[in-house]
Ligand binder design. Structure first.
Ligand SMILES: C[S@@+](CC[C@H](N)C(=O)[O-])C[C@H]1O[C@@H](n2cnc3c(N)ncnc32)[C@H](O)[C@@H]1O
Ligand code: SF4
Ligand code: SF4
Length: 340
């Protein structure tokens, strides 16, 4: 197991004493994922990370985001109900997960957000969310009282003053809340020189970590992404890493590879997210739009339908053509959550 991941899991388990089913599932995953034959039609273990897209509503309209682009269909803004949430989180596919994420849209807009955190926490999931932070002040007391383990605030220039004000309020309460407070910033090939500003901000605010996310071209042009042959980026980020290595836990953007032959992505073997209809997304890139292609929690062979098995095969064997969903995805050549 990678050292940084070992550390992360020790942290998760220290924060939330795991259930036996979670430990057993992790052990089974670690053992059986050694064998490619166990990784296509997965019978021996269940996802180690899971999440539910609790709402598609959002209070912002970021132009790079699938929810930020005015779109009639998405504007219908579906949400999970309390009954749906309870049913989903108790599904056998979720049982062995260590980490559970409440995804949005803007998760804090859901009226049951804190009830969902309680339910997840009672099931001993290390519970996380990512928010634009605009509503943190409105819910500060609830956040501090809730058993949420980690909150990540995405920083956007158009709302930065309010976000920073809210972050400061939250960070003043962080110890009381025993909550990890991280920030994230989406970057692209035209604005990565701005990364230092956010590293300095993170240090000044004393956040627990800063994660830069490369831009996934949802509806924008492919070349917004930072590629692994961008020498200016490589030189610049190398200098930043050196300069700030002892001052803040910074995760630099994962670079997109020009080659599609280096296939390390293992997300469809390790995690699931589901939407309000129980439709399964197999990875971070498809979390918001995979619809029913990869099956539904209600299917008997959920997590193993034919599209799923094909997707996994293409990631394990270069001789297959990649599925269209994986094109221009910077996660392809990386095993980011990967325990192996
Ligand atoms: C979709 S948002 C939902 C949560 C919340 N509304 C927020 O903005 O943090 C989750 C994360 O996805 C990131 N994101 C949105 N569009 C993206 C894109 N095209 N490429 C990479 N990350 C993206 C956001 O910056 C955010 O950190
Ligand atoms: S990135 Fe987050 S805040 Fe921005 S539009 Fe998308 S869901 Fe909303
Ligand atoms: S390569 Fe990207 S799109 Fe394909 S499964 Fe991995 S994360 Fe998803």
């Amino acid at each position: 197991m990678k050292k940084s991941l070992t550390k992360r899991y020790i942290r998760h388990f220290a924060a939330k004493r795991p259930r036996m089913a979670q430990v057993t599932n992790l052990m089974r995953y670690l053992f059986f994922s050694n064998f490619k034959s166990s990784l296509v039609n997965i019978k021996r273990f269940k996802p180690v990370h899971s999440g539910i897209i609790i709402t598609q509503k959002c209070n912002l309209k970021c132009e790079f985001c699938v929810y930020g682009i005015p779109d009639r269909d998405l504007q219908s803004k579906a949400e999970v109900t309390m009954e749906e949430f309870k049913e989903m989180i108790h599904h056998p596919l979720f049982r062995g997960s260590i980490k559970f994420a409440l995804h949005g849209g803007e998760p804090l807009l859901h009226k049951h957000f804190f009830d969902f955190v309680d339910i997840s926490s009672n099931l001993r999931f290390f519970t996380t969310t990512t928010t634009n932070g605009v509503l943190i002040d409105a819910f500060l007391k609830d956040i501090v009282r809730s058993p949420l383990n980690s909150i990540t605030v995405s920083l956007y220039d158009s709302h930065l003053p309010r976000q920073l004000e809210n972050l400061e309020k939250l960070l003043r309460e962080r110890d009381k809340a025993r909550l990890a407070v991280n920030i994230t910033r989406i970057v692209n090939n035209a604005d990565f020189l701005d990364m230092e500003r956010f590293i300095k901000l993170g240090i000044e605010l004393r956040v627990d970590g800063l994660m830069f996310q490369n831009t996934l071209p949802y509806k924008t042009k492919k070349d917004v992404c930072i590629f692994d042959d961008n020498s200016e980026y490589i030189e610049f980020s190398g200098a930043l890493r050196e300069k700030y290595k002892d001052r803040l836990d910074v995760t630099f953007p994962i670079l997109c590879s020009r080659s599609d032959k280096n296939r390390k992505c293992r997300q469809p073997m390790e995690l699931i997210s589901v939407n309000h209809r129980g439709e399964i997304s197999p990875c971070c890139k498809m979390v918001f739009y995979s619809k029913s292609k990869y099956g539904n929690l209600s299917n008997e062979n959920a997590w193993n339908n034919s599209n799923y098995r094909h997707l996994r095969s293409t990631l394990l064997d270069n001789n297959f053509d990649l599925v269209g969903d994986c094109e221009c995805c910077y996660f392809l050549s990386n095993n980011i959550y990967g325990l192996r």
